[in-house]
Design a protein around this ligand. Structure first.
Ligand SMILES: NC(=O)C1=CN([C@@H]2O[C@H](COP(=O)(O)OP(=O)(O)OC[C@H]3O[C@@H](n4cnc5c(N)ncnc54)[C@H](O)[C@@H]3O)[C@@H](O)[C@H]2O)[C@@H](O)CC1
Ligand SMILES: [K+]
Length: 470
């Protein structure tokens, strides 16, 4: 966003004009959503405070009852913040006075996301008062780069930011302090490359069969099963893929697991593989294959991955398919293609991308770098799942529930993504669809959730998204 602002300024746009647009947007946002009550505006010394002064004068024009407090005296303000303060003709009171002043709503215009040290003294005390808070840019006290509180910080009911979402608005723990986030368009032409997951992003692209579509036109998903003692993961993924709409789903099974797989599968087909060539042949007939869930950390799994990534078939790689490359991750990066999806949890991510999480400012940056390195779509699982494509576009999914932290949950996620890819959805969109549908399924089950419950929720959820009554 900084680059886009700089381009605008060098194109002749006055930075104070931008601040006025920002402050006016804040006033509109606050007035529309918190239409009643006395407003206490808390201003910092920089641009964030400047937005606060503009908003305060605009809110007063809307006949709102407004008091303004500032961390520094009016005469110490500089640049745009000083110009903005000049718009406020009444008193600017010292910040300490705010502690005891009557109010209903606080407008937190103290600091933006560039804050470099923890809040102290009066500011820290104000942040801990509770009550109804609306924050400008980010709740003050949040480090916008790491998306973590630097110490005490405001907890907002709503946050208004400008031009585009930043990681702190969607990544935990910062996102939990933001409340509802509104992105105001102030004329900064950024191509938003960070989005929050929602059916609004992809609902219209959910695949659905036409009246005369036959199953072969809905794609073929293959899922590679582990050995006899580890077959459940593949079946969870396979059934989820079928529910997501893949026309055909086949579990590819080693000979020792055929009986156990056969006794548990009905609509999902089963095919035996005993040697490398069998897997290669079977994978080539599929549109997409899921490899990794309970596949085993073995040379067979590695060979199967190499076979899949050397074929025309798209890949969804998870768990053991990633772990087998733990000591040779560059080989995996070289094989992966832009149409592939990998779905590591943090441990697997570290195995194949080293210390990227520690060396990046936050999870969004780390996942973006990973997608660029691997040249494929990366879905980093967590309470705030991040999906990134090699071009830098990222989506964060917070539509989930803690009850999803259970055995087999990730296999279902991979299965839904595979089912969508089978039907022609690109890997990035399929990952976004899958993480939201997975989260929604989890929320519908709630406490007591086991992974077998998840795919059963899909018909109702998908019907609702398609606008069909059941
Ligand atoms: N960049 C732009 O052109 C625009 C910026 N806007 C606003 O400007 C804000 C960014 O402005 P700034 O870069 O001035 O940043 P801030 O408004 O966050 O202010 C930073 C100032 O606070 C001081 N400071 C940092 N931590 C402190 C602490 N713990 N205790 C006391 N003082 C501390 C710093 O020394 C610095 O002087 C955004 O958040 C947004 O609200 C908007 O007006 C839109 C346009
Ligand atoms: K703020």
């Amino acid at each position: 966003m900084r680059d886009a602002e700089q381009a605008l300024f060098s194109g002749g746009l006055d930075s104070f004009e931008l601040m006025q647009r920002a402050g006016n947007a804040v006033a509109e946002f606050l007035h529309a959503n918190w239409p009643e009550g006395r407003i206490q505006v808390l201003c910092g010394p920089g641009g964030n405070g400047g937005d606060g002064f503009v908003a305060a004068s605009q809110l007063a024009k809307l006949w709102r009852d407004v008091d303004v407090f500032c961390l520094v005296p009016r005469e110490d303000l500089k640049g745009d913040a000083a110009k903005a303060a000049a718009l406020w003709e009444k008193d600017i009171r010292p910040l300490e006075d705010a502690l005891e002043a009557p109010h209903d709503i606080v407008l937190d215009a103290l600091f933006g996301g560039g804050l470099s040290r923890a809040l102290e003294g009066t500011v820290a005390a104000l942040s801990q008062r509770g009550g109804r808070v609306v924050s400008i840019d980010v709740p003050s006290g949040i480090d916008g780069f790491t998306a973590e509180p630097l110490g005490p910080c405001f907890r907002a009911e709503g946050t208004i930011t400008f031009a585009a979402l930043r990681p702190a608005h969607v990544l935990l723990p910062a996102a939990a302090y933001c409340g509802g986030v509104f992105v105001a368009d102030i004329g900064v032409p950024v191509k938003s490359r960070l989005l929050e997951n929602s059916p609004l992003l992809w609902g219209k692209r959910l695949p659905q069969p036409g009246q005369s579509t036959h199953k072969h036109q809905r794609g073929h998903l293959a899922v590679v099963s582990g050995p006899a003692h580890a077959t459940g993961a593949a079946r969870l993924a396979a059934r989820a893929g079928l529910r997501a709409g893949a026309g055909l789903v086949t579990v590819l099974s080693p000979p020792d697991a055929i009986q156990v797989n056969a006794s548990h599968l009905t609509a999902v087909m089963l095919k035996e593989f005993s040697k490398r060539e069998d897997v290669c042949d079977a994978l080539e007939t599929a549109t997409v294959a899921i490899l990794g869930p309970a596949a085993g950390v073995s040379s067979t799994t590695r060979e199967n991955v190499e076979c899949l990534l050397g074929s025309e078939t798209k890949a969804v790689l998870d768990a053991d398919a990633l772990t087998v490359f733990g000591d040779d991750s560059e080989a995996l990066h070289k094989l992966l293609r832009p149409s592939d999806l990998i779905t590591p949890h943090i441990g697997e991510f570290t195995r194949i991308f080293g210390d990227l999480l520690e060396t990046s400012s936050n999870k969004v940056d780390a996942t973006r770098k990973a997608a660029e390195i691997a040249g494929c779509v990366v879905l980093l699982k967590g309470a705030d799942t991040v999906i990134a494509s090699p071009d830098g576009t990222a989506i964060v999914n917070t539509h989930a529930t803690r009850w999803l932290a259970t055995a087999g949950s990730g296999d279902v996620l991979a299965g839904i993504a595979g089912g969508m890819i089978a039907q022609g959805v690109d890997a990035f969109t399929a990952a976004a669809m899958a993480s939201w549908l997975h989260g929604e399924s989890g929320r519908r089950v709630g406490a007591g959730l086991i992974s077998e419950d998840l795919e059963k929720q899909l018909p109702e959820i998908l019907s609702a998204l398609h606008g069909e009554k059941r």
